[in-house]
Design a protein around this ligand. Structure first.
Ligand code: C5P
Length: 226
């Protein structure tokens, strides 16, 4: 089997991580794993079961009981939990605005990290995106990227995405939501969002998706040659 590597892509909300990670996965023939979708899936299930987002014990019990499947699809990845397709539901405003509270609990993160590592043992060649992939989930990843963009640019991109889904939120409101989520993710005690020491920093503010995906694919090819 040809040599393949693990690629970790971290960064703040709406920096383009998932779109680009998906493209890189496709270009290289690697499996793409969206870890944010897993935290979102737990948040969705917790809300459906009326579980308090501050109750780390209950949330981790729930996580232990549910089965989260990330299934490759024409649009990238479907999220199936206990047989229910919640791919679109996990992008709702309420999930987006509650997910950081769920993700801050140490017990939840320990279980989640284990599930994420288990997923990588099943595949050869992986692109995983999230907040703590390079620092905690895959500290041995051969290529680590820390991807960001200005908050104004990220809000603009989210605005366009939301608009296509029939949701209209003002740019100011989106900037606020994104900044609040970044703050919560960066200030939490358990594996906060931060750049790994050996990660390559990419600012995507004035770059196209294609440019960044090419840049990362080339870096991956370089690592394969090492
Ligand atoms: O990437 P996405 O915006 O879908 O992630 C949703 C949320 O899940 C993040 O804001 C963060 O609170 C949490 N998350 C995390 N660690 C990861 C991936 C996501 O804490 N590896």
């Amino acid at each position: 089997m040809s040599k393949r590597i693990k690629i970790a892509i971290d960064g703040p909300a709406a920096a383009g991580k998932s779109t680009i990670a998906k493209k890189v996965g496709f270009k290289l023939g690697y499996t793409y794993i969206d870890t944010g979708a897993m935290y979102r899936a737990l948040t969705y299930k917790a809300s459906a079961s009326n579980i308090d987002m501050e109750d780390g014990d209950k949330l981790s019990e729930l996580l232990d009981q549910i089965e989260i499947l990330l299934v490759p699809s024409s649009e990238g990845q479907s999220v199936i939990v206990d047989g229910e397709d919640i791919t679109n539901a996990i992008r709702s405003k309420s999930v987006t605005n509650n997910v950081s509270a769920v993700a801050k609990h140490a017990k939840v993160r320990r279980l989640m990290v284990q599930k994420q590592r288990d997923l990588t043992t099943l595949v050869n060649g992986v692109v995983m995106d999230g907040r703590d992939i390079g620092t905690t989930v895959l500290p041995d990843a051969e290529l680590k990227i820390f991807m960001t963009a200005s908050v104004q640019e990220r809000a603009k991109r989210r605005y366009t995405e939301d608009e296509a889904r029939g949701i209209t939120t003002s740019l100011e409101q989106l900037e606020k939501e994104i900044s609040d989520r970044d703050r919560a993710d960066s200030e939490r005690i358990e594996s906060p969002l931060r750049q790994a020491d050996d990660a390559i920093y990419i600012d995507t503010t004035s770059k196209t998706i294609e440019e960044v995906a090419d840049e990362i694919s080339k870096l991956a090819e370089g690592r394969l040659g090492e």
